[in-house]
Design a protein around this ligand. Structure first.
Ligand SMILES: [Zn+2]
Length: 137
């Protein structure tokens, strides 16, 4: 199982983006047509088509990013987890880094050792007698 987003889903994502842009251009072009006064021929149809394209583009983009199950189109929690894996990993990776840093600073506790005057063995801070020669510290 790969953690990378499959190429087909990447293409789907870009296709969705493309549709959204085309849809927006069509949708916005209505305002231009209204301004120029030629709205009777184009406006209702273009506006509708543009709107549909934007909506469709958004859905396709989501499917591309999260997979069919991950975006909730197919109700399959098992598959959804798998689909979302590359997506969540990218998100979770940031959180993991933060957690790791917190962990490091927590465990970076100062350890104090006491050197035995007799044999120079390093003993724990709270030791009373040297663990090597038994001399009182
Ligand atoms: Zn000692």
């Amino acid at each position: 199982m790969s953690d990378k987003i499959p190429e087909s889903r990447k293409n789907l994502y870009y296709a969705g983006m493309f549709l959204t842009i085309i849809g927006l251009i069509l949708f916005l072009s209505n305002f231009v047509i209204v301004f120029t006064g030629n709205m009777f021929n184009f406006m209702p149809m273009l506006s509708f088509v543009g709107f549909i394209l934007v909506a469709l583009g958004q859905v396709i983009r989501t499917v591309g990013a999260k997979g069919v199950a991950g975006s909730g189109i197919i109700l399959d929690p098992e598959k959804a987890r798998e689909d979302m894996k590359p997506y969540s990993k990218a998100m979770g990776g940031v959180i993991d880094d933060v957690l790791e840093n917190v962990d490091k600073s927590e465990t970076k506790k100062e350890i104090v050792k006491i050197k035995c005057r007799n044999c120079e063995t390093l003993n724990d801070e709270d030791a009373i007698y040297c663990k090597s020669c038994g001399e009182k510290l």
